[in-house]
Design a protein around this ligand. Structure first.
Ligand code: G4P
Ligand code: MG
Length: 169
């Protein structure tokens, strides 16, 4: 099966050009919001170009505390503090990949539930062109993708056990 290897530099460069597109769109976020764990490093790189504070939410794909019962839909593992007032603010939600769209659908729907007075946009570094299981909320302000790619498995530099050999044949 074909795969992609995206090095740290590939990812950083994709985010740099994406930040330019986001700025050109007129969407000016007050906050970046990383979806852990995949969105953490992309959000930090984005902050180099769009210098706003980073918020974090985290999901679990397991429905029990021992982490062994796979769940059909994700569950919230960590969310925003209820005293984080985002009313009237613009928030750019960031993840590394949009695959089946389960994560984005779940996260965005819950963010609109908990923060109805906030404008959300989403950015993913890689969007797999495929039939998606999830849908994006209609009120999503913008959906930015760094690269639209084939439905191949992606190896990310941060998953490498041996970073010096990463991407080398
Ligand atoms: P979604 O992100 O569109 O919801 O995709 P889906 O539910 O299908 O993905 C399940 C998990 O698999 C996600 O990790 C996603 O990041 C990861 N994934 C999907 N495609 C790829 C790929 O090509 N390469 C890699 N390395 N990962 C992929 P997660 O459950 O959100 O875990 P976390 O790493 O964010 O904690
Ligand atoms: Mg993830």
């Amino acid at each position: 099966m074909e795969q992609y290897n995206f090095t740290y530099n590939d990812i950083h460069n994709t985010i740099r050009t994406s930040a330019e597109k986001i700025k050109a769109s007129g969407f000016e976020p007050d906050y970046l919001l990383a979806i852990g764990g995949g969105g953490l490093i992309p959000a930090r790189i984005m902050r180099t170009y769009i210098n706003k504070p980073i918020l974090i939410v985290s999901l679990s794909r397991y429905s029990d505390e021992t982490g062994t019962a796979p769940s059909e839909t994700p569950v919230k593992l960590q969310w925003l503090e209820t005293d984080t007032n985002l009313d009237g603010k613009k928030v750019l939600v960031i993840d590394e990949v949009d695959d089946e769209r389960t994560t984005l659908q779940f996260t965005l729907n819950h963010l609109y539930d908990t923060h109805p007075e906030t404008e959300f946009a989403a950015f993913v570094v890689h969007n797999k062109l495929k039939e998606k299981k999830g849908t994006l909320p209609e009120r999503l302000s913008h959906f930015f993708t760094g690269e639209d790619i084939h439905d191949y498995w992606i190896n990310y530099a941060w998953d490498a056990e041996n970073i010096d050999q990463f991407g080398k044949k």
